[in-house]
Design a protein around this ligand. Structure first.
Ligand SMILES: [Zn+2]
Length: 900
């Protein structure tokens, strides 16, 4: 790229100029990835002056550094900062001047030129600067909520450089000391406790905060605004921590009451985590903040965790889905206080050490504190979802080498989170939970307040388990190569023994251009039935590390008529393909399997269909057996494949009718039994099942009786009440999205008008999401266009744009209209959402496409944009590949199979 060449030349000029200097000075180019190691930051003092009513803020950053060698410059990060003054003070208090120059604008790399060669040693660098509040939810950003401006920070991954000049790389962990100078009527919070307040006499006050534990730049956080501050229950002292921790909720003005349910759950999460790690919560307080606009779901800043508002603001009217997500996400972010905050990955290729661990740990904590949430099934569902993505040739590895900032952006995906969590779960099971915990505890203890890599973790687990290099190799085979293994299994009776033959290859869907030959170290665990002797009728589990292409297990006590499940407890991150007769025997005994394994069975059906081994008839035959399960996740596990058949394969009226009738038969009685309104004391799971069945039957299968029931709720909800506001509480909150979607489709512009009008004043975040999903579901041309245009309208928040745009692209017409709109408006869309959202853009605007033509136009359109959109290259490759795989699968299928 041109910036690189320019800075190679600049560096060359410097090296020539200082050729005669007494000490050699580094001769290097602007580092676009990692920073050189000859400068080490030691501590930061950051003083911000922030008034949310203004357009920019000012800062004063004092960074203690060590120059490890003589130099006439140093490299650091800074993005969109106007630096007005720089000084360097050496250890003898002598002050030197320096010049701040932008070195690579796009990457946010800058240089300080000293104008002379300074000897190695310690210095204090002071930079005075100003910067605009970011408009795209990065760095120090500003949002308006109910007419009031708020300032919030989001530094991960590489946005701290927008907030302050520094060494914005996770390997550099140092203490930070912050102060915030704010107007007297503004509330300000930061990572640590406030230690002093000084009124400045001019309507401003200066708040100083305690020095943090060593942190990377991406975990620095603060917020300024007219916040409500609510005290939660204190987190009592435990055997791991001698003092109580103060807990608070921080919400937009007037919303304080609604964060109390989330606060009430928090102390138990912290103490459960401490018990696991054997390590007390190490920070001096804990605030949970509900942000009125936010790019992600939540951010684990130590001591000041920020969440998208709908996860923290709950009441009796909150959708069941949000109540559950609130707990799950809170557990995830709090797990990060150890994984990520206490021990940090040195570079973004090991992001999984943060995210896979937090996802896996969140599941463990949720199982412990809310067993009824069935986080075990959620983990398996997440793994099955990751396996779909992991079947692509263009997929990332868990530890993908970082070749540019786009790779940092795309690292936050289902492979890092869900696949990573599933792989940890698999090895935890293989080593045993106690042994695994012993390894994790040793790892946290050894690397506390410092950094650690995957190899450090593997070493700790190897030591704790007493295993050899085979374990390390097996783990690395999942971390360092992409793809999901497919294990072929055949049970045969040989010399009086039941021998299970295993063979591994990469799972590849029909039409894939990938290479199936690939080897993993897979802990294969099999459950099988005992048919003879005293244990007859019971099952046994046996595990084996399969790290060759082929292997075998002798199933002790099994007979020729035993059935087996190739993925016991669904704990393995692999798919399986059973010999025909073996599968038939398993199918005949499906009801005897625990629901975890029934989910693995459902994945085998979905995977077999995707690979072209099973046709529509086989899927439809399997559906009733799963649909009747009492477990929601199992009952609904084949719905995505039924949706696929209905969208892409059914062509004739007879085929469509067959699918509709099957869906009606399988799911409508269940929905009618649940009813369309909440019932007193019903389980959260019933509410969730009602919502997914209503959505599937009304929006995908278009059952008139379900649509009418939703439409009736929509009529009431869209009726303005006395003060002119919509009456959204009249609808069941769990169904509100579907209710409003059916309304915009069937009530035409009346519903659209009412929703657009209400958007300007509506503030309840869950209701807003439902309104936007409803608007996005409009199908008539004019209405759909009006809805999409809202994505560029300030009434829709930046974090809400994707909800609006994602909603309707399931049919060919909807996708055509979306594509036309996107190609006409992409410049404004990218400008508003920010370049860093580029990786998700191809999927957002062209996901669910299913033709060669759509794949080609997508590639042709995005190709010239790639240079300006970090991460879009992978987003494009994946969306294009998914489109081509969908096309291949549709072409191969015989739609008549639906009727068999
Ligand atoms: Zn996370």
């Amino acid at each position: 790229m041109c910036t690189t060449r320019r800075f190679t030349l600049a560096a060359l000029a410097i090296s020539i100029a200082s050729f005669n200097a007494a000490a050699a000075t580094p001769d290097d180019a602007a580092p676009l990835g990692k920073l050189p190691r000859w400068v080490q930051p030691l501590a930061y003092q950051l003083d911000f002056r922030v008034d949310p009513h203004q357009l920019e803020y000012t800062g004063n950053a004092t960074i203690d550094i060590e120059l490890k060698q003589a130099a006439d410059h140093l490299w650091l990060h800074g993005h969109d900062l106007s630096v007005s003054k720089v000084t360097l003070t050496d250890s003898s208090k002598k002050i030197h001047t320096a010049e701040y120059k932008v070195a690579a604008k796009k990457e946010g790399v800058a240089t300080l030129e000293f104008g002379q060669t300074l000897p190695a040693g310690r210095y204090s660098v002071m930079l005075e600067y100003s910067a605009p509040f970011n408009q795209q939810l990065e760095g120090v950003y500003k949002v308006n909520s109910q007419g009031e401006p708020y300032v919030i920070t989001q530094m991960e991954a590489i946005s701290a450089r927008y907030a302050f000049p520094g060494f914005d790389e996770p390997a550099f962990k140092t203490p930070f000391t912050l102060s915030l100078t704010v107007p007297e009527n503004q509330v300000a919070v930061a990572n640590t406790r406030q230690v002093s307040e000084r009124k400045l006499g001019d309507g401003w006050r200066k708040l100083s905060f305690a020095t943090t534990k060593p942190l990377p730049t991406y975990l620095v956080a603060f917020a300024v605004g007219p916040w409500d501050v609510v005290n939660g229950p204190k987190i009592p002292a435990t055997q791991w921590r001698s003092h109580a921790i103060p807990l608070r909720g921080i919400t937009p003005k007037g919303e304080g009451q609604r964060i109390k349910p989330a606060l009430a759950e928090t102390p138990a999460i912290i103490t459960a985590l401490e018990d696991y790690f054997g390590f007390g919560y190490p920070f001096d307080k804990l605030d949970l903040l509900a942000a009125p606009d936010f790019a992600a779901g939540a951010m684990e800043n130590p001591g000041l965790v920020t969440f998208r508002d709908y996860l923290m603001l709950l009441d009796a009217n909150s959708p069941a889905h949000n109540v559950r997500s609130s707990f799950n996400v809170n557990a995830h972010e709090l797990a990060h206080q150890w994984f990520g905050d206490t021990v940090t990955m040195p570079w973004w290729d090991d992001l999984w050490l943060n995210e896979a661990f937090a996802t896996w740990m969140q599941s463990k904590i949720t199982r412990q504190l809310h067993p009824e949430y069935r986080a075990d099934l959620e983990l398996i569902g997440g793994a099955n979802y990751a396996m779909q993505n992991d079947s692509l040739v263009s997929v990332r590895r868990i530890r993908q080498p970082i070749t540019g900032n786009g790779d940092i952006e795309t690292a936050f995906d289902g492979i890092t989170y869900q696949k990573g969590a599933a792989v940890l779960n698999m090895f935890e099971r293989y080593l045993g939970a106690d042994t695994f915990r012993k390894g994790v505890r040793a790892y946290i203890k050894q690397h506390q307040f410092s950094s650690a890599t995957a190899d450090d973790l593997i070493a700790a687990l190897t030591k704790a388990s007493g295993k050899d290099q085979r374990l390390a190799k097996a783990m690395q085979s999942f971390l360092d190569q992409a793809g999901v293994p497919l294990v072929d299994t055949t049970l045969s009776w040989e010399n009086g023994k039941a021998v299970l033959h295993l063979k591994q290859q990469r799972y590849l869907p029909l039409g894939s251009t990938g290479e199936a030959k690939r080897l993993w170290g897979i802990p294969v665990c099999v459950r099988y039935s005992i048919t003879n002797g005293a244990a007859a009728g019971e099952t046994k589990t046996q595990c084996e590390l399969l790290d060759q292409k082929q292997g075998q297990m002798v199933l002790q006590g099994a007979s020729a008529s035993s059935w087996y499940m190739p993925n016991a407890d669904a704990a393995g991150y692999y798919r399986f393909n059973m010999a025909h007769d073996d599968l038939a025997r398993l199918t005949g005994n499906l009801e005897k399997l625990p629901d975890t394994e029934q989910l693995a069975y459902a994945d085998a059906i979905n995977a077999g269909f995707g690979r072209g081994d099973l046709d529509a008839a086989a899927v439809l035959a399997a559906a009733p057996r799963l649909a009747k399960s009492d477990t929601r996740e199992v009952a609904t596990a084949l719905i995505p494949t039924l949706q696929w058949l209905s969208r892409y394969e059914a062509r004739s009226d007879a085929q469509r009718t067959r699918l509709t009738e099957l869906a009606r038969k399988l799911y409508l009685p269940r929905l009618q039994q649940l009813g369309y309104q909440r019932r007193a004391n019903e389980s959260q799971d019933d509410a969730l099942l009602r919502a997914s069945l209503a959505d599937f039957l009304a929006l995908d299968m278009k059952l008139p009786e379900v649509r009418q029931a939703l439409l009736a709720q929509g009529k009431q909800a869209l009726q303005p009440n006395a003060d002119g506001q919509l009456n959204l509480e009249a609808a069941n909150p769990d169904l509100l999205r579907s209710v409003l979607a059916v309304s915009t489709q069937d009530s035409g512009s009346t519903a659209i008008d009412a929703l657009i009008k209400a958007l300007g004043t509506a503030s309840e975040p869950a209701q807003r999401m439902a309104m936007l999903a409803g608007l996005g579901s409009a199908t008539t041309a004019g209405s759909a266009e009006r809805a999409r245009n809202l994505a560029l309208d300030p009434r829709v928040k930046i974090g809400e744009m994707s909800t609006l745009l994602r909603a309707s692209r399931e049919d060919g017409e909807g996708r055509e209209a979306m594509w036309k709109w996107f190609t006409a408006n992409h410049v404004q869309l990218i400008k508003r959402s920010g370049e860093m959202s580029g990786s998700r853009l191809p999927g957002l605007v062209a996901g669910d496409s299913c033709s060669q033509r759509e794949a080609d136009r997508l590639a042709a359109f995005f190709q010239p944009l790639l240079e300006h959109l970090p991460g879009a290259e992978r987003g494009l490759a994946q969306t294009r590949e998914q489109t081509l795989l969908c096309t291949a699968l549709r072409d191969k299928q015989d739609p008549e199979a639906i009727l068999r």
